[in-house]
Each structure stands twice: as C-alpha cells, then as structure tokens.
Design a protein around this ligand. Structure first.
Ligand code: UGA
Length: 359
C-alpha cells in the first residue's frame, strides 16, 4: 500500500457520499477529492479533503482527477423512481451518457474505477437464465428481467445495466481495473430529502414515510405495499465499500451485491415499523394512518415495480469477509431521530426525540 492515496469521489455530497467520505478519510494516507454541486450533507473538513463544487462534466475535471487519483468512486445518478417515467432522458443521461467519458478515461489512464450500479438491474423479480424463479439475486447467475419499453420505470435500470456492460467490456478487453457495486436499498440518516423543505418531487420510500409522519399525513402504500425490499444500514454498506477499496486484488473485475437478506420486509411492514418508532420518539404525534394508492395515481403512467429484491451476499462474504449486521429494528431509532431532529422544527412540530436512540 502506498503512503499517500488520492481517491476521487463523484457525488460526494449525496446520502451515500456523505457517509463514505468520512470513512475513506479515516484510512491511513488517504486524500479525498470530493465532487458535487451541493455539499450540505457532507459535514467534514480537513487538509485531506478537497471539495470541487461542480458537476462531473465541468471542463477538464475528469482529466485532472484521473491524473491525480489512483481510484475514482462514481456515485452520481438520479436514483428516485418518481423520475424514471417522468424525466427518463435526464435519468438515462445521468446514469449512462454522462458517465461514459469517465469510464473511457479510467480505462485509458489505468485508474481504478469503483462504480455504484443498482439492485434495480435485476428487474422485476429473480429469474435464472432459463426463466425459472430464484429466491436470491446472484451477481453472476440471475437474469436481468426488465419490463417492456413502454414501462419507462426501467429506463434507469436499463441505463445502469448498459453502463455495467461497458465497464465490463473495458475490463475484459482494455484492461480496466474495476469493481461494480449493486446496492440493495441502503437506508440511514440524511437519506434523500423532505419535499418542500430541501428538495422537490417524490423521494424514496423511507423519506416519503418520514415526510408523512412528520406532517401528520397519511402514509401512502403503493398498490397496497405488498412489494418487498431488503434494507441494509448505511453503516454496514460503507463498511463493505471500504473493504472493496482496501482489497483491490479480491475485488478486481467483480460485480458485488451489498445488501442485507435478513431485513426482507414488505413496504407495509416498513411503514408500520417506522410509525411505531416515530410514536415512541414523538408520543404527542397523531397516530399514523395508511392509505392504499395505485401506482398510476402515485407515480403516473409507465411505472412498474420490483416484487421482491433479496440479495445473495455470498460473494461479498467470500471476497471481502463482509457481513451485514444491523437489523431493521436496530437501525430505525437512529434514522427516525435524525429526521425528527433535522426536519421536525422546520415543519412546525414540537417533537420530543428521546435521548435513547441506539443503533
Ligand atoms: C430505488 C432505486 O430505483 C434503486 O436504484 C435503488 O437501488 C433503491 O431505491 C435503493 O434505495 O437502493 P425502489 O426500492 O423501488 O428503488 O425505491 P423506493 O422509492 O424506495 O420504493 C420502494 C417501494 O416502496 C416501491 O414499491 C414503491 O412503490 C413503494 N412506495 C414508495 C410506497 O409504497 N409509498 C411511497 O410513499 C413511496
């Protein structure tokens, strides 16, 4: 290991970036070049951190970073499903077109690339290559099963999948040293935004439900909330990513799921668990109310959904000696406390978050 290592993090000011950058800075000899248009979530300073307040297509930026850094971590994307069928061209650009120059430069300059893809590439449900159902989604075996083109929901997954294929081809045919991570519903403090406060539109489900609880509104269950997700804590997730950074040989030219198969719940169950924790922390709040809405009503035409996403994490275990540990129940107190602390006063509530939040 060299004594000084420069790592570029594109999208460093987002939810994952704001947790990953401090973890990278804690590694010996690491300097981080952080790129984002908005750094409000990244609450760290220091001589080893350099911020670039710009988008990744700023003239000369990628060339400069690829000259100075030995590793580029690419986190940028428009990853809220409400955009996939309402602004698909921007979604495809952010996940594919805007990142092609990065892949080409890393490949040409011999810079290692750690790219964040998505569990969404697996599509509607887990099928093997013969089309038979599988329980877990496995990186090198599960087929990628997207819906018809008119179902614009899949614009994001398809763009992400195509970039994975480009990265893979650069690895096989041009010597690119890469790792692709497929995150499975990472949750934690600072996720997404609260509409009307620090963002506009529809965030992912955790922020939608917290928004409803904080405002005393109904929690909306799309198509009844029977669809399932496996939630992994940002702490476990960042631990897995740091292991990838620190084990370049093991992670070289691998696609790796990072998720927690033990935290597989329906969306309704997630909402109920959040509502229970919110009531515990804010006893004066009105009881949570749930209402079923159709996906067309909630997202508009062209939406589609994954029924269930259960990650197989054997590969991450074997390559990285990684194990996701936080249970959903264990992680919710800290997450709810963070939303209550940050947004409660802005929304005119008088929340009384207990001091006992524990991870
Ligand atoms: C999204 C992204 O598309 C993925 O790329 C990303 O990997 C993933 O989040 C993630 O967080 O890792 P998805 O899980 O479908 O995928 O996004 P959410 O917005 O969190 O929705 C989860 C489920 O909750 C969906 O079935 C959605 O219809 C439902 N939902 C959402 C509700 O029932 N109510 C809401 O208010 C919001």
């Amino acid at each position: 290991m060299s004594s000084a290592r420069s790592i570029a993090v594109l999208g460093a000011g987002g939810f994952i970036g704001s947790h990953l950058v401090p973890a990278l800075l804690a590694l010996p000899g690491v300097q981080v070049e952080a790129v984002d248009r908005d750094f409000r979530k990244l609450d760290v300073e220091g001589p080893a951190l350099r911020r670039h307040v710009c988008s990744i297509d700023a003239p000369g930026l990628l060339d400069d970073l690829c000259q100075r850094c030995e590793l580029v971590v690419s986190l940028t994307a428009l990853c809220t499903p409400a955009l996939y069928n309402t602004d698909p061209l921007a979604v495809i650009d952010a996940s594919y077109s805007h990142l092609l120059p990065l892949v080409e430069r890393c490949s040409a300059r011999g810079v290692r690339l750690l790219h964040f893809s998505t569990c969404e590439v697996y599509g509607r449900l887990a099928l093997d290559s013969a089309g038979a159902p599988m329980q877990h989604m496995r990186e090198d075996e599960t087929a990628l099963f997207l819906g018809p083109v008119a179902r614009e929901r899949w614009s994001y997954a398809c763009a992400k999948q195509l970039l994975e294929r480009v990265i893979w081809a650069h690895g096989q045919h041009r010597g690119l040293d890469f790792t692709i991570v497929r995150p499975f519903n990472v949750i934690g403090p600072r996720m997404d935004f609260i509409p009307g406060v620090d963002g506009e539109g529809v965030p992912r489900v955790l922020a939608c439900f917290m928004n409803a609880l904080l405002r005393g509104e109904e929690l909306l269950l799309v198509d009844g909330g029977r669809q399932r997700r496996s939630f992994v804590s940002i702490g476990d997730f960042v631990d897995g990513v740091v292991r990838i950074v620190e084990r370049p040989a093991a992670a070289r030219r691998q696609i790796v799921n990072l998720g927690h198969p033990g935290n597989d719940v329906s969306i309704r169950e997630l909402g109920e668990a959040l509502a229970r924790e919110y009531a515990r922390q804010v006893p004066a709040a009105p009881s949570a109310r749930f209402r079923t809405v159709s996906s067309a009503e909630f997202y508009g035409e062209g939406y589609d959904d994954s029924e269930r996403r259960l990650p197989d994490v054997e590969k991450a275990r074997a390559l990285l000696d990684w194990e996701p540990r936080a249970t959903l129940r264990g992680m919710l107190p800290e997450i709810v406390a963070d939303y209550v602390k940050r947004y409660g006063p802005l929304l005119g509530e008088q929340p009384r978050a207990e001091q006992t939040a524990h991870a």
